[in-house]
Design a protein around this ligand. Sequence first.
Ligand code: GLY
Length: 370
Amino acid sequence: MSEIVEVPLPGREYQVRIGTGLLARAGAEIAPLLHRKRVAIVSDAHVAALHLATFRDALTAEGIESVALTLPAGESTKGWPQFTRTVEWLLEQKVERRDVVVALGGGVIGDLVGFAAAVLRRGVRFVQVPTSLLAQVDSSVGGKTGINAPQGKNLIGAFHQPALVLADVGVLGTLTERDFLAGYGEVVKYGLLGDAAFFDWLEENGRAAAGGDLAARTHAVTRSVQMKAEIVLRDETEQGDRALLNLGHTFCHALEAATGYSDRLLHGEGVAIGCALAFELSSRLGLCPQEDPSRVRAHLAAMGMKRDLKDIPGDLPAAEVLLDLMGQDKKVIDGKLRFILARGIGESFVTSDVPREAVLGLLQEQRAAC
Ligand code: GLY
């Protein structure tokens, strides 16, 4: 059983297929894209140990040959050294312009391999096979690819849309609860930014999804991907509406920088805290009903997720330092911070019109409670 979300970008249309058993029938899913029956797969050590054999067997069953490169697992892979290694390996494997490269893994692999595919021979097609919830609902769809620079995350990259995305929700069963819930931070984001009915559904069904209910997982991923696809179609290169996908991210990026991009705070955990703070700020500015921030926080609490600065282990810098770190965000334009705020649950908007004192006051209160 699988759901299909179409991403009909003119000339680069593709499908996101979401469901169970997709990995085991990957050969049949991918075969129609191939000019010759051979693909190059890039994965990481952690994912390869769990899923590479299943994936390759599925290719073999359709007579598709494969070669595979396994990179080290972890965010530090997403830089020039492993990127160079990947591009050179793809050239050594004689991957041609009409061939297909497969990214089998989470966001790090998807972003790095997508960027390698974007530049290899000036662009080859690639298939995303996301294995984390975060990658299934966000990074594998929409064509943002890239690597980190010493100056910051995701600062080097290209827009390069995949030719197909296979999101097998069955593989989410191998995630730790913490990793699942971190990805769920991005799922909640979709409800909060543009679909109040989906947020209602998450309040009802989020626990079932976290507990392993495959129908609930399929729906959560499908609705998230539909929303992402709609936004990417309106604004592929983030000139406007695509920034809505960054709800919670301005706070999140500051908190990730303050915690050294470490295990103290996973990206999706920072997004969840950032969403709670964005609603709190919206309420204080009189933009959304006062009860909305409590409702957001209540759902995160019911899911057992972090929602305040005090939930982050270890010391955090002063509020002024956090505010300064927010100023390093990629979304700063002409020195002005762009925030995604909300008029209510499911009604977010982009603004640069946020008084510094309001943000500082909120961060000071949150810091004082730590
Ligand atoms: N992850 C945000 C975006 O794809 O625009």
